[in-house]
Write a protein that binds this ligand. Structure first.
Ligand SMILES: Nc1c(NC[C@H](O)[C@H](O)[C@H](O)CO)[nH]c(=O)[nH]c1=O
Ligand SMILES: CC(=O)[C@@H](O)COP(=O)(O)O
Length: 173
C-alpha cells in the first residue's frame, strides 16, 4: 500500500508490547543527513515511547546507505540485540546508481536476518526526488523512522514469543 494511503507514523499504540526488555541497534547513513536524522529522531523517540531505555539503544553512523549492511553486522557482533534498524535515504540521480544501492541494502539486510535469525529492519527511503523524501521523513506521509521502530518492536516480540515451547499466536485481523 502506498505511503499516500497509509501514513508511515500511524499505528495502534495499544497493540504494541512494552519494549523495555529489548535492546536495539540503529544504523544511520550520513548521506542526505537532513532526512536521515529526521528518521533517526522518529525512530529513537518511538522506541523510547515504548519503554526502551537509552542504554539499550546502540547507534552507529555510516557514510552512505550502501554501508548500512556492514554497519548493521558490526553492531550485531558487538552487542546482544533483539533487532537492528537501518535508516537511510537514497535519492534517485541521473544514473541507475540508486538502484544498485537499494537492491544491495535490501538483499544485504535480508541475508543478515537469515544468518542471525533476528530482524534487520529496512528503514531506507528510496525517493525519486527531495520532496518525496521530505514527505516521508516527518512530512505529510509520516516518518519512516517511526514505522521502522514499530516494526522492530513487533518483530522482537514475535521472536521472543516463539522461544521455548510457547504456541505461536494465531492470525488477528
Ligand atoms: N547517492 C546516495 C548515496 N551514495 C553513496 C553510497 O551509499 C555509498 O556510500 C558509496 O557508493 C560508497 O560505497 N548514499 C545514500 O545513502 N543516499 C544517496 O542518495
Ligand atoms: C544514488 C546516488 O548515489 C546518487 O547520488 C548518484 O547520482 P547520479 O546517478 O546522478 O550519479
Amino acid at each position: 500500500m502506498a505511503s499516500a494511503l497509509k501514513n508511515l507514523s500511524d499505528y495502534d499504540e495499544r497493540s504494541l508490547k512494552d519494549a523495555a526488555g529489548f535492546s536495539f541497534g540503529i544504523v544511520v547513513a550520513d548521506w542526505n543527513a537532513h532526512i536521515t536524522h529526521a528518521l533517526y529522531e522518529g525512530c529513537f523517540d518511538t522506541l523510547a515511547k515504548h519503554g526502551v531505555p537509552d542504554s539499550q539503544i546502540h547507534t552507529l553512523q555510516v557514510p552512505g546507505a550502501f554501508e548500512l549492511t556492514a554497519g548493521a553486522k558490526m553492531l550485531a557482533e558487538k552487542h546482544k540485540l533483539d533487532a537492528v534498524i537501518c535508516l537511510g535515504c537514497v535519492i534517485k540521480g541521473e544514473t541507475t546508481h540508486n538502484e544498485y544501492i537499494n537492491y544491495a541494502v535490501a538483499n544485504g539486510l535480508t541475508n543478515l536476518s537469515m544468518v542471525y535469525g533476528k530482524p534487520f529492519i529496512f528503514g531506507v527511503l528510496t525517493p525519486n526526488n527531495e520532496e518525496q523524501a521530505l514527505d516521508r521523513a516527518g512530512g505529510k506521509h509520516g516518518n519512516k523512522g517511526v514505522e521502522a521502530a514499530v516494526t522492530a518492536i513487533r518483530m522482537a516480540a514475535l521472536r521472543e514469543g516463539l522461544k521455548g515451547d510457547k504456541p505461536s499466536i494465531g492470525f488477528s485481523a
